[in-house]
Design a protein around this ligand. Sequence first.
Ligand SMILES: [Zn+2]
Length: 76
Amino acid sequence: MTRPDGLQQFELECPKCGLELDEWMEQCPKCGQNLLEVYSGTYRARRARWIRAVIVFLLLAILLALVHIILPGAGL
Ligand SMILES: [Zn+2]
């Protein structure tokens, strides 16, 4: 669903108890269902994605540090 201001409205429904959430939660506040697990597949796949995100972040941080070392006046 798209709001008039163009922002994507977050809609999530607990598959276990049907509680509607308007913001992302890792766990259903009503029944305790692990929503992270339900909506992002298996634990292993989720962990792999998480690690990949951290690696990308670290590479970007290293890249920025190198830019600062090589070009101190870059102002990044
Ligand atoms: Zn629930």
